[in-house]
Design a protein around this ligand. Structure first.
Ligand SMILES: *Cc1c(COP(=O)(O)O)cnc(C)c1O
Length: 356
């Protein structure tokens, strides 16, 4: 039986993605070969790459003056590639938790970082009304904070190029891509398996490259010129991403994903807010719809491991909070169903009736 999967990443994927990727591993396009055995430069795989890029453009409504790349190295390599390519003197970083902090560490190697942070309240909110100096090379934000459970829901406007880490909320709502110079993320939260990184980049960013030697593999221009095939791309990941994008389309696109995300999160936050045992540490207006962080009221803290085990007995997995935060986290990405959430909410109620 398939579990109710609330893992934070890698995480639950759509059945279509799992089924068709498995089939392509056994045999790709009636070729008598696995997709893992064919050349990435053959016409069959090239067609998969082209279609995946086209689907990204269609599903995310990406304007023509942007390129879509699939690279290796994870979102974490982008933390380094972004300042390496674009930081001439200084950049503005919004620090909303672990991932933005890591991005800032890399950026500081290349110039001055102007930082606004929500560290003062343990990253439980999103700072607003940012005072961004006029002369920064770019602004960097993390739209969804996978570990702390906060999220930015609208597309902000700045004078400087805006670069967003959307690892954990890409494909969960319609995005006005034209507001961003670049959007990137690890694919392993809403798109596919770990091992591919998506980059959506406005082509004119190539005119803003810093004047320093940049290793070939770290140049955006090289990857754009070579259609993500300067080296061997992560083929199976790209195939799985294509299947996920086709699934998103079948389900009604990002408008439908947006509604499902709201429905799942509302149900779970309502259960948390109406409980005497559980509570949310996150500022209400900034609560993530993808990673729902919750904790016990203080007097129940010693029951944490017991609750995780109890939820496990109801086939709910992946609920332990990140090791840096504790408590619980239910990651409710696109493939998570209302039924998954209903089972979790019922388990929370039953546990509370027993112990509170
Ligand atoms: C998971 C995650 C990352 C790290 O991604 P990798 O692909 O493992 O490098 C970065 N940013 C955010 C917001 C994430 O959720």
């Amino acid at each position: 039986m398939r579990k109710h999967i609330f893992n934070a990443g890698p995480c639950k994927l759509a059945d279509r993605t799992l089924e068709n990727t498995s089939k392509a591993i056994l045999e790709f396009n009636n070729s008598g070969q696995s997709i893992l055995e064919v050349s990435h430069r053959g016409k069959d795989f090239q067609a998969v790459m082209d279609e995946t890029v086209e689907l990204m453009k269609e599903v995310l409504n990406i304007p023509d003056n942007y390129s879509v790349l699939f690279l290796g190295g994870g979102a974490s390599l982008q933390f380094c590639m972004i300042p390496y390519n674009f930081m001439k003197k200084k950049a503005f970083y919004l620090n909303t938790g672990t991932w933005s902090s890591k991005a800032i560490t890399e950026a500081k190697m290349w110039g001055e970082v102007i930082e606004v942070s929500s560290k003062d309240k343990a990253f439980t909110y999103i700072p607003k009304d940012l005072n961004v100096p006029y002369d920064v090379d770019y602004v960097h934000i993390t739209t969804n904070n996978t570990i702390r459970g906060t999220e930015i829901f609208d597309d902000w406007t700045f004078d400087a190029p805006l670069i967003a880490d959307m690892s954990s909320d890409i494909l969960s709502r319609p995005v006005d891509v034209s507001k961003y110079a670049m959007i990137y993320g690890g694919a392993q939260k809403n798109m596919g398996p770990a091992g591919a990184t998506f980059v959506i980049i406005r082509n004119d960013m190539l005119e803003k490259i810093a004047d320093r030697p940049i290793p070939t593999m770290l140049q955006y221009g090289i990857h754009i010129e070579n259609g993500s095939m300067y080296n061997t791309p992560p083929v199976i990941n790209i195939f799985a991403i294509r299947e996920t994008l086709l699934w998103v389309k079948e389900m009604g696109g990002l408008v439908a994903m947006d509604k499902l995300a709201a429905d799942r999160a509302n149900m779970l936050y309502n259960a948390i807010d109406n409980s005497k045992m559980f509570k949310s540490p996150v500022a209400k207006e900034d609560r993530s719809r993808m990673n729902i962080v919750f904790v016990f009221e203080d007097q129940y803290k010693e029951l944490e491991a017991e609750f995780v085990a109890f939820a496990g007995s109801k086939n709910c997995v992946g609920l332990k909070g990140h090791r840096s935060v504790g408590g619980f986290r239910a990651s409710t990405y696109n493939a998570c169903t209302m039924e998954d959430v209903e089972v979790l909410v019922a388990a929370m109620k039953e546990f509370e009736e027993k112990h509170a």
